[in-house]
Design a protein around this ligand. Structure first.
Ligand code: F6P
Length: 457
């Protein structure tokens, strides 16, 4: 079996003492493949140095971790700039927030070229290369120009926008051209894949080779939808154990017989957090029996705080939470508990398990693994209800959820009210369909199906 080389902006490398750094589902899934086949995990070290470009390489078992330092300028232009102020808002349909400063694009290309030049000497002829996410779209093209002939696959973790939105990007054509340097481009959903195909055929003059492969500028690229998933069985076990840990007990005791609604998201404008608070406010207004009874716990760890739009959304969210609490709180009840910090996956599984509702209402999201995790963590006898945005990729799969339009506060409030009133039989039935689906379509199935398609591409 050929070696696997995974490239991503962030790397989940072992911490000192040998324990694996990343505990997220993607890290677990990728590490399983790297351990089985042997290989390299290549990416940014997370460090900024004066010169940049220093490569820290070390082995842990069959895996080689190779991590590159960047300069403060690289970070500003490539990561905060083009990746997170140009592509991220555009791909999440927030053209109003996008900034297409040319300096950002130059930095993005420069850092991708740096990645290519540092990766190339480490490659063997029969390696299979798997590149992840929007930070690294041009990487295969850069590698090809330097003579790389290995099979290269790409997986986009975020949505791919409709052509009418994509063309707002000044360099849309060259970005798509560079995607065609891959052998396989994987998307989260069929809608994303179709949007890419539409652009290639209608806007770029490409042609179909077969149902999944298109040709553009003499290059053929195979496409596929591979909805990413979670380590379902393991999460369910962890959640069962977490049900009686000290932290879960403390949360349960603080909620008493009230209804807990839980949301967990990076503090990002794509997550629809302000609208979510307004929907909860509407629940209290329109269904007054929930006053004194419903508690909304929103965990929102800060993210990309150097980017001004993230500072702005944080201020807006804090104002919204403060306003609702000021209007409705009583001496023995606070409606919203807003926490601007993160918790370990293990603790979150317990929080999910004791809640009545998982509220996941992004305005646009590639997949949203929190929705899947919420389902995996439920108690089969007394499961909570998932209220899920139609604009999350996960809504295509989790048909036992109450699917909502996150822009419609009143509609979300109605769904919350139905979830709170739902019979145990209905909750069990809805949960069972989703859980069984997630057992079959877990992170291992995702990885295997992608790598199989890449091998065939
Ligand atoms: O969902 C896209 C993504 O880039 C993930 O790959 C990553 O885990 C998450 O967003 C957090 O982003 P960042 O690496 O910018 O902190």
């Amino acid at each position: 079996m050929s070696r696997l080389v995974v490239v991503s902006n962030r790397v989940s490398a072992p911490r000192q003492g040998g324990r694996t750094g990343g505990e997220g589902g993607l890290a677990v899934g990728i590490l399983a493949a790297l351990r089985e086949r042997g290989g390299i995990w290549f990416g940014w070290s997370g460090k900024l140095t004066e010169q940049g470009g220093n490569l820290d390489v070390f082995d842990a078992g069959r895996i080689t971790y190779a991590m590159l330092d960047l300069t403060a300028r690289d970070y500003e232009e490539y990561y905060s700039g083009f990746a997170n102020r140009s592509l991220w808002p555009l791909f999440h349909y927030r053209l109003d927030l996008a900034d297409f400063t040319r300096r950002y694009l130059a930095g993005y290309q420069r850092v991708n070229a740096l990645f290519a030049s540092k990766l190339l000497p480490a490659l063997k002829d029969d390696d299979q290369i798997w590149i992840h996410d929007y930070h690294l779209i041009p990487l295969a093209d850069q590698l090809r120009q330097a003579g790389c002939r290995q099979k290269i696959g790409f997986f986009l973790h975020i949505p791919w926008p409709a052509p009418e939105v994509l063309v707002a990007l000044p360099n849309h054509r060259s970005l798509v051209n560079s995607l065609c340097a891959y052998d396989l481009v994987g998307f989260q959903t069929e809608t994303d894949r179709q949007a890419f195909i539409d652009y290639v055929l209608r806007d770029a003059g490409g042609t179909y080779v077969d149902e999944t492969t298109v040709e553009l500028n003499g290059r053929q690229v195979k496409t596929g939808a591979f909805p990413i998933s979670i380590d379902t069985g393991n999460l369910a076990r962890v959640a069962e154990e977490a049900a009686s840990t000290r932290h879960t007990e403390r949360l349960r005791a603080s909620i008493r017989d009230r209804d807990l609604i839980v949301g967990v998201d990076r503090l990002d404008y794509s997550k629809g957090l302000v609208a979510r608070v307004e929907a909860f406010e509407h629940l209290l207004k329109a269904y007054p029996a929930n006053r004194g009874r419903a508690v909304f716990l929103q965990i929102a760890p800060p993210s990309r705080s150097d980017v001004p739009e993230y500072q702005q959304i944080r201020a807006e969210l804090e104002a919204a939470c403060g306003r609702v609490n000021a209007a409705y709180a009583d001496f023995d009840w606070t409606p919203i508990r807003y926490l601007n910090k993160g918790f370990s996956r293990r603790l979150l599984t317990g929080f999910f398990r004791v809640s009545s509702i998982g509220l996941v209402t992004p305005l646009r999201d590639g997949m949203n693994l929190v929705a899947k995790e919420y389902v995996a963590c439920q108690n089969p006898d007394e499961p909570g209800v998932l209220v899920l945005s139609r604009f999350a990729g996960a809504a295509r799969e989790l048909d036992g959820a109450l699917i909502v339009n996150p822009y419609d506060n009143e509609g979300v409030a109605e769904a919350l009210q139905s979830a709170l009133a739902m019979s145990r039989d209905e909750r069990r039935e809805r949960w069972r369909t989703m859980f069984d689906y997630l057992k079959r379509h877990d992170i291992d199935a995702w990885r295997e199906s992608y790598l199989e398609a890449l091998a065939e591409a």
